[in-house]
Ligand binder design. Structure first.
Ligand SMILES: *[C@@H]1O[C@H](CO)[C@@H](O)[C@H](O)[C@H]1NC(C)=O
Ligand SMILES: *[C@@H]1O[C@H](CO)[C@@H](O)[C@H](O)[C@H]1NC(C)=O
Ligand SMILES: *[C@@H]1O[C@H](CO)[C@@H](O)[C@H](O)[C@H]1NC(C)=O
Ligand SMILES: *[C@@H]1O[C@H](CO)[C@@H](O)[C@H](O)[C@H]1NC(C)=O
Length: 405
């Protein structure tokens, strides 16, 4: 069991925020640079620590931090995460940025022990390196992006769980995902969606172009996938979400695009036609926070969005551990952050707390277990504003304490 308490000092910092806000923990100070974040069972948020390859489990109700996956040997790093069937999946990055290995590591979520290491089929095929970045789970399959190739690695998790067997196939993304140079980050965040009417698929973000594509027909039967650009130009009329990193679906229809270089999260409402699966996208606004410092990936819990601060802009060398003031940042569920976007007034209510284990995919995805329908109730705006005030107080005291200690 790897359940050692890590950061005793952070309890003081965190408990004060709790006292002030009276809400679930909304901010977490981390001792190492994070990247991925995903919802685990109950109030657990898993957060990857890039350089050590370890994964923290943060209890979002109490702020307690424990080690879910211990630091790994042999230079194994931890970037995007997914949680499924008591397994934690970790994307290992690659040599082109930070010096990781393009592999997917699967760990037992209860013990932290490694189950298996899986390798993609196509590796470095564009000659701009390989970088396994983020993971989504749909059904019993994990889908992993490679930021310097137009391939998505698909991995059967039933076979991983039952036999430790990495049965891998791949999907091809459209041409914009083929990098032209080694700084041309293509595929980054990935998330699964599943609408009430049965339409399901994946969303994949192109970081540099700021576009998001829907990918359907992802079965392992030789059928070419079907793509639709839902955000970005030229084929979508929705403006690009530049720096698109982690993708998150909440309540079945709300898409959160964590835009690292922009220090914001774009929020969109999606729907799909049952007849042909065509998606419609409505931009709802953006979330920002004075605490954002190149946020990479977000997860949702109990009415809050939690985002990792990767600090890639402030500290571009991954070897700089950035251990002094990296924080997980809380934010509001959706678009009622009037301090940020005055134009949004019709905000949906924060979703009810989901006690059921969140068996989700990349970046906190859970296409299957998420309650569907963002209930807009008449009390929504008032309670959102109350939450905002509480969060702002929390931020203020958090910052104050961060400065003091
Ligand atoms: C893979 O990509 C890197 C750039 O990250 C390049 O330097 C290297 O030559 C490539 N390796 C192979 C085997 O193609
Ligand atoms: C994964 O493997 C299991 C066990 O062989 C199989 O039943 C299931 O259909 C596979 N899933 C996919 C999507 O191929
Ligand atoms: C893994 O599973 C696949 C599909 O069932 C099978 O063809 C392959 O032989 C298995 N590999 C091992 C090492 O068991
Ligand atoms: C999202 O779209 C659905 C379907 O069009 C609609 O019922 C819902 O109210 C919308 N939600 C928001 C927050 O705009």
């Amino acid at each position: 069991m790897w359940r050692t308490t890590l950061v005793a000092s952070s309890f003081f910092w965190l408990s004060l925020v709790l006292l002030v806000s009276g809400e679930p923990m909304t901010e977490f100070k981390l001792e190492a640079r994070p990247e991925g974040i995903t919802s685990g069972p109950g109030s657990t948020l898993y957060v990857s620590q890039i350089l050590s390859g370890s994964v923290l489990a943060i209890d979002a109700d109490t702020g307690e931090q424990t080690t879910a996956v211990p630091p790994q040997p042999d230079g194994r790093q931890a970037w995007g995460l997914a949680y499924h069937d008591d397994m934690i999946l970790v994307a290992g990055g690659g040599p082109n940025f930070g010096g990781g290995i393009p592999e997917v590591y699967v760990y037992d979520a209860t013990t932290g022990d490694p189950i298996v290491t899986c390798e993609p089929i196509s590796l470095n095929e564009t000659d701009h390196g390989a970088f396994l970045n983020d993971i989504a789970v749909l059904g019993d399959v994990a889908y992993i992006t490679d930021s310097f190739a137009n391939t998505i690695m698909a991995l059967n998790l039933t076979l991983v769980k039952q036999q430790g067997n990495c049965t891998v196939w791949e999907l091809y993304l459209p041409d914009p995902f083929i990098p032209q140079n080694p700084s041309d980050w293509g595929a980054n965040g990935i998330v699964a969606y599943e609408f009430d009417n049965g339409v399901s698929g994946l969303l994949v973000a192109h970081e540099i172009l700021g576009s998001v594509y829907s990918v359907q027909r992802i079965e392992d039967d030789g059928t070419p996938p079907h793509y639709q650009e839902i955000i970005g130009e030229p084929s979508s009329d929705i403006p690009p979400a530049l720096g698109a990193d982690g993708l998150l679906m909440v309540d079945g229809t709300l898409l959160y695009v964590t835009q690292n270089t922009e220090n914001q999260i774009g929020v969109y409402n999606l729907s799909a036609q049952a007849t042909d699966g065509v998606l419609s996208t409505t931009p709802l606004g953006v979330l920002t926070s004075p605490l954002f410092d190149t946020p990479a990936v977000s997860a949702a819990y109990d009415g809050y969005i939690f985002s990792t601060n990767s600090r890639f802009v402030a500290l571009p060398e991954i070897s700089e551990e950035a251990d002094d003031n990296v924080v997980g940042v809380k934010n509001l569920y959706c678009c009622g952050n009037t301090a940020v976007d005055e134009t949004i007034t019709d905000a949906p209510a924060p979703a009810a707390t989901t006690e059921a284990p969140n068996d989700g995919g990349g970046g906190g995805t859970d296409a299957t277990a998420a309650p569907s329908g963002a209930d807009t109730t008449s009390g929504a705006i008032g309670s959102m504003q109350q939450l905002q005030v509480m969060s702002l107080l929390g931020s203020f005291f958090g910052l104050l304490l961060a400065l003091l200690f």
